[in-house]
Design a protein around this ligand. Structure first.
Ligand code: DOR
Length: 421
């Protein structure tokens, strides 16, 4: 048995927030309270730091198979556990695309023994081409966590409606990348002052808004659980709020970069601030923060998107979009949302644990007797400078930045898989 002593246990599900010991027996939590050390083979003194459910990231790109020079399942898991994550959901834009049983089976088999629970989403359409649905029943039966064409919007409304109906019947979410390409000149940079200065056409927020409006209404009509991925536009946040108030089962993800940065970051960091959808205006950023605060957005997801240095050194209109995020996510939440005075610590923990678990129907994200002992221990105040990363890629605008809040331990199924000291 392992005893985690003297931690501030935060469990968003039960509302627990207090200094308690956590008793771990094998892969499960055996008790919460005060315990003697005698019967325990391992004692971990949390020293007043926070003990919370292991973090859950429902949006990562581990690039495996096909782009393993950027990341693979092992290095992705290494980055995840360093960031305090015990469960991740990988996106389907690999090579081959996760649109058939063999590819899905291969990934899940190779992921099974790793230190982090790696779940895999399947694509909605074959080859991400937007024309023909995958065999959703077969992929779900094999364990697909959900369905998404992330990276590419689904433009065929009738096809998407059918996919929503099937996802609803299978009891899994369908997650959507919301940017209408017809309205975009160059992706990755918001259309506005910054894109004009750079001589780029950019990607306007209305390209996101029109898609979110359509899909909120389709969610309402079909009853499907729809997750709006990496929401970045203030009007889109308002649309999700409205749709939820109408009874739609619509959820939204916000990334740490969209709640921390604005389009001006492109001037400072160049391609390291290029992502889809792009960083937008301060008004948009504030609306995202407001959405996180009032629960309109219940999921913080990183969109961990590794790319090589060579690719990111290309001119901004030629470089790929996306940044790595697993190792800085919690600290960005603590720095900008909690220390910034916008959200309480339990609310932040909810958006990184129980919120995502609930959206994906996972029986995870709690610190409770009998629950899986997936835990993170972190110091919410410690200042540290982002330097070395466990990820294979280094495309982060936060390298060299001082942040507040540091993960010291990650525990997965009762085993310490990451210890800082
Ligand atoms: O910036 C992004 N990069 N957004 C996406 O949706 C896809 C991702 C990638 O795969 O690189």
């Amino acid at each position: 048995m392992m005893l985690i002593r003297n931690g501030r246990v935060i469990d968003p599900g039960s509302g627990t927030d207090g200094v308690l010991d956590v008793l771990v027996d094998g892969p499960r939590i055996a008790g919460l309270g005060r315990y003697a050390e005698d019967a325990c083979t391992e004692v971990l003194d949390a020293g007043g730091r926070v003990v919370a459910p292991g973090l859950i990231d429902t949006h990562v790109h581990f690039r495996d198979p096909g782009f393993t020079h950027k990341e693979d399942l092992e290095t992705g898991a290494a980055a995840a556990k360093r960031g305090g994550f015990t469960t991740v959901v990988c996106m389907a834009n690999t090579k081959p695309v996760v649109d058939d049983p063999d590819t899905l089976r291969d990934i899940l088999t190779r992921a099974a023994g790793l230190d982090v629970r790696i779940l895999q989403a399947a694509s909605v359409t074959r080859g991400l081409r937007g024309a023909e649905l995958v065999d959703m029943d077969a992929l779900r039966a094999l364990g697909a966590a959900g369905f998404t064409d992330d990276g590419i919007p689904i433009m065929d409304t009738a096809l998407l409606t059918r996919a929503m109906e099937r996802a609803r019947d299978l009891g899994v979410p369908i997650s959507l990348h919301e940017e209408d390409p017809a309205l975009i000149a160059n992706n990755g940079v918001n259309r506005g002052e910054v894109s004009e200065r750079l001589g780029l056409g950019g990607s306007p927020s209305v390209a996101e808004d029109v898609m979110v409006a359509r899909d909120c209404m389709l969610a309402l009509a079909t009853g499907a659980r729809v997750i709006i991925q990496h929401i970045s536009s203030g009007n889109a946040v308002r649309m999700v709020r409205l749709a939820r108030s109408l009874g739609a089962d619509v959820w939204a993800e916000a990334t740490p970069h969209h709640f921390s940065l604005t389009q001006e970051a492109v001037l400072e960091h160049g391609t390291l601030a290029k992502m889809n959808p792009p960083l937008r205006t301060e008004r948009d950023r504030r609306e995202v923060v407001e959405g996180l605060k009032d629960g309109t957005i219940r999921i913080i997801a990183t969109d961990h998107a590794p790319h090589t240095e060579e690719e990111k050194n290309r001119p901004i209109d030629k470089a790929p979009s996306g940044i790595v995020g697993l190792e800085t996510a919690l600290a960005l939440g603590l720095t900008h949302l909690v220390h910034g005075g916008h959200m309480t610590l339990p609310a932040l923990v909810d958006r990184m644990t129980l919120g995502p678990a609930t959206a994906y129907g996972l029986d995870l994200g709690t610190v409770a007797v009998g629950a899986e002992a997936d835990l993170v221990i972190f110091d919410p105040d410690e200042r540290w400078t982002v330097s070395d990363l466990a990820s294979k890629s280094r495309n982060s605008p936060f390298l060299g930045r001082e942040l507040r809040g540091r993960v010291t331990h990650t525990i997965r199924a009762g085993r310490v898989v990451h210890a800082l000291r």
